[in-house]
Design a protein around this ligand. Structure first.
Ligand code: SF4
Length: 110
């Protein structure tokens, strides 16, 4: 069961985000690490844990994904998720935002 939403299409993209995506678009692809963006305390813990994995514990094997960027626009962030053979989704609560997005894009394999 799915729900459909309309998101305003934008033509512009963030140069810093695109540069980051390009830099981490390696071959073989890195493991995509997704998490909440931290609006509530549970989400914030998930966000910090994802940063710890991607920026400290497995820096060479993973790439941190901007969930908002990957979800709302088809640019480098989404491409990192699309290319990844594995994704790690760290959730703050049972709503499981990252996992549900990965499932829809066919990337919930790891
Ligand atoms: S998984 Fe829960 S805490 Fe995380 S962004 Fe979604 S609703 Fe918020």
């Amino acid at each position: 069961m799915y729900e459909t939403i309309e998101i305003e299409k934008v033509e512009r993209s963030c140069p810093a985000c695109e540069e980051y995506s390009k830099k981490h678009s390696t071959n073989p692809p890195r493991i995509a690490v997704m998490a909440c963006e931290g609006a509530c305390s549970k989400g914030e813990v998930a966000r910090l844990a994802a940063n710890m994995v991607a920026h400290r514990l497995a820096r060479e094997e993973t790439v941190r994904i901007c969930l908002g960027g990957a979800f709302t626009k088809d640019t480098g962030q989404r491409d990192l998720v699309r290319r990844a053979n594995k994704t790690i989704a760290i959730e703050g609560c049972f709503i499981s935002c990252s996992s549900r997005i990965c499932t829809r894009s066919g990337r919930n394999r790891g």
